[in-house]
Structures are given as C-alpha cells and as structure tokens.
Design a protein around this ligand. Sequence first.
Ligand code: ARG
Length: 588
Amino acid sequence: MNTIISMISEHVAGAFDKAGYDMAYGKVTLSNRPDLCEYQCNGAMAAAKQYKKAPLVIAADVVAYLKEDAVFSEADAAAPGFLNLRISDAFLTDYLDKMRHSDKFGLSVKEGSDKVIIDYGGPNVAKPLHVGHLRSAIIGESLKRILRYAGDEVIGDIHLGDWGLQMGLIMAELRRRKPQLPYFDEGFAGEYPSDPPFTLSELEEIYPTASARSKEDDDFKNEAMNDTYMLQKGDRGRTALWKHIMSVSIPDLKRNYEKLGVSFDLWKGEADAGPYIGDVVDTVKGKGLAYESEGALVVDVKEETDSKEIPPCMILKSDGAALYTTTDLATLLQRRRDYDPDRVLYVADKRQEMHFTQVFRCAKKAGIINDATGLDFLGFGTMNGRDGKPFKTREGGVMRLEVLLNEINEEMYNKIKDNHEVSEDEARATAKIVALAAVKYGDLSNQASKDYIFDTDKFTSFEGNTGPYILYTIVRIKSILNKYTEAGGSMEDLKFNMVLNETEKALMLELVKFSQVMISAYEELAPHKICAFIYDTANAFNRFYHENRILGEEDEVKKEGFLALLKITMEVLETGIDILGFSAPEKM
Ligand code: ARG
C-alpha cells in the first residue's frame, strides 16, 4: 500500500498536469501550519521560474482541478503561492479502512529483503554490566525489530567482549589467591576440574580488585597481559579457566538481558573470531597492504577526501598480540563465511567511531568483506545524570544496570500502589512492565547520537512524553473496549464514521502517518521517530477521549465508528511499542 502522502501527491501531480504544468511539482508534505491546513504543496513557487508566471497564478490554476477531486475537502491558493490542502472524510476513512485490513497496516518499505547482522549489546564478560551497555542493548533491540518489521532477515549478535585483558587480569588475580590450581601448573597433563574455581559473586569481586591492582603494580599488569596473550594463543590451562569464567558469567548476562526484554540470536564473541585472525593477517599481507611501523603491523586507511586525520589500522602489536580492530576484522571474515550478509550494523558508543571507520575501510580494502556489503555504525551518545555528567550512583560510583533497574522498579511500584487498590503481586508485576517502558522510552525518544539526561522523576511520570504515559493511554483504550465487549458488544466489522468530528479526524490524521514514519525510522535508523509518532497519536487520542462520550454515545452508528477508531488506535500503539521493545500491562 502506498503511503497516504504519496497518494495525495499523485492527485496533486495530476492536477498540475491537467493545468499544463510538470507533474514533478506536485509533491505534497505535511502542513507546517496546522491551523491553516493538513497538507501543503510548495510546487507552484518552484514552477514559477520555469513558466515565467506568478506562483499564485499557477497555484490558482492547479486549485481549479483540485476542487473537482473527491480526495480534497478544501484546496486553496495562498500567497505567495502555497497550496493549502485538507483531505475529505471519505478519503481519510477509506485509507484507514484499507490500513486496518492490510498486513502491517499496509507498510511496504522496499522490494525484497536484506540479510542483516546487527552487532549490539557488546557486554564484557566478567565485568559488571553498566549503564553504558544499556543504550546499546535498548537501541540495538529496537533496530532489530524495526528492520524485521520492514521485512529484512535480521540476525542479532551480542558480540561478547570475552577475551580481552579482563580475562588475563582475572587469571593473574586468581593465581595470587590460589596458586595450587592445576590451571597454573604448566606441566599439568590431566583433566581439569569440571567445577569452576569461583562463584559468580566471587568473580564479580575478582575483576575490580585485579583491575585496581594492575594500576599500581606493573609486574602484575605484565603478568595479566601475558595471560591474555597465552589465552589468545590457545594455551590449555588458560583456555580451561576461560571456559569456567564464561560458564559462570553467561547465565548471569542472559538473566540481565531477559529482564530488559532484549534477546540475541547469536551469543558469539571476540573469542570466536580467534581462528580467523591468521587469515586476516595473511590477507592484508598477501595484498601488500600491511607494513611495519614501530614494530607493529598496520594498514593505511586514509583517503584523499578525509577532512580529519585517520590513523593507520593496527593489525598486530609489536609482540604479535591481536587488538580490538583485529578481532573486529576477524569477526567480519567469520560473518561473511557463515552468513554472507548484505549488511552489518554496529550499535556502540559514538566515541568508537574512529575504530569502526578504520575497521570498515580496512575490511573493504583487503576484501575481507564483499564490496556490496553495507557496513554501518550507529554511534550513541552518553547517558548523563541530572548534573549533566555521566550517570553515577548517589555515592559517585559506576552505576550498575541491575541497581538502576531496581530503583526504577521501586519507584513505579510505589506509584502504582498509591494510584489504586491492587494486590502486592499485581502491583509488582505491573511495576516491572511500566518501569521497563519508562527506561526504554526515556532512552529511545532521544535521537540516538545525542547525549541525554536520565531523569528518573521525568521518565516515570504518567504525564508528558514518557513511556508510562503511552502505556496509560493504551490501558485506557483497552479498558473501554473491555467494558464494551463485557456488555455483549462485538468488535467485529465495526465501521468507521463517514462524517468526522474535529478530534476524531485529528486522531485519524495521526494514525495514517504510520507507514511514512516506519519508512523513515527504517531508512534513518531512528527509533525516536516512532516515539514521536506514538506520542502524537496518544495525545490525539486523549484529546478525542476528552471531547467525546464513547460508550455513552446514544447514536449507535456514531458509537460504532468511535469504537472502530479506538480499536485501530490501540493496535497501532501496541505495534509501535512492540517495535520499540516493550509492552503494555492489562491494567495500570
Ligand atoms: N565490548 C565493547 C565495549 O564494551 C563493545 C563491542 C561493540 N561491538 C564491536 N563489534 N566492536 O566497548
């Protein structure tokens, strides 16, 4: 199904044509003067030069034909040459009717489907999840859903940070504490124990201790670096220990992501790319791209048109160790061999932009990835506290994701308890759903690349541009529809009203934007556009709700039309929040 705006454009283009002008001038946009009109076309102004006529004259010529067209209830030429348009109730309800009977409300983003890998989440194993990882998870999950809804075949990969220095640090620290463990005995040839030599909470304590020690003790740091190097070389004892670290951490990570409503199709990590590093090195060397610089192996990736300096991409350190760039290149090679994707999309902190520029260029230059494969990086800004500085705990420490979510849950729970009588269990369950919406909507409603302020009071409010407000609106609609069906009313084949009142039409005008919004959210990787759309729709609904009696409407035909509108409003809003990655409770 075409977007409504392109359908309207076709009619205006037809009128330009009939009036003797080029159809290309008939492009319609949403009105930027909603007090004057619903849609507008500025084509007459653009055409003036070509036809050497006053824009207002051209506009008037076109209007003559628009007035005969049943799509429009009003078409005016306004100085200096605007076409101000309102659409007819019949055209609008007809479009909405087609929308509700079509799969995905008639959305059609493009022909065919791409195979896309989205790399998001990116937690570092054995390090606590902190709020920085929250954004990658929330934005990535939503992009995965946007792309899938648009028809792409999407594979979500968590890309664990699972063989960096933190692994060596943990090993070195463990060697200090338990030197007798067989993993540290180079001569050990037997089978290693199947039980890990630490619990989750021990592991959570070991890493920060080791990290702090490495900052004071150079020998310790060197030991940790050696452990990391040996692990990456495939040393038996360290690999066995690494497996224990993984087996203890991963279930905890899974639990955390599940709470966030975030899921991954692949739980691969940097370590999985290890076996591809040799190939990457051979490829860049074989193509004559790599050279030695201060002992390290590097590839130049700068281009003539660069406006800022892009340093060479480092492939191997002077000691032969792989780097972050190396594992990302190796991962691309692995992804190409395993999936041959049309596109790979990374969601990470925008401060990693240089890293991805280097990786993408090197991968293309060396043919590690096909020329046709799109490589995209969506860099997000920092989540700040109310003081405008990176989000911290009250004590000033790094905020752990779990702690933050618990705080929001508690806040929501208290609000829900205050609002009305509910059982403890129900209030807890509802609080969880609403808290997730508060956090996710709070994040997604901002343009991803911008920094934003995480404001608990604002995000958890039931009023304003918040997740809870959206859910509250959905719950309100659900409760009206429930009342209606409980009283024996049927939701089947409800007909829209043919003549619309003002708030009814305003709500419909929002709903019919659905396809257009989804297309731009897809093309621009912009979940915030969906947030803006559902917020506008929720506002339009609430205005409609306050202006009309719905179940109390005495005219049965009119009442049916209202209920039909409620139903599609609920469906559109629920689809919208599902694509953002959260859901609504039954009651609130
Ligand atoms: N683990 C990294 C971090 O915490 C993020 C990984 C992003 N993805 C990637 N393929 N490099 O910063």
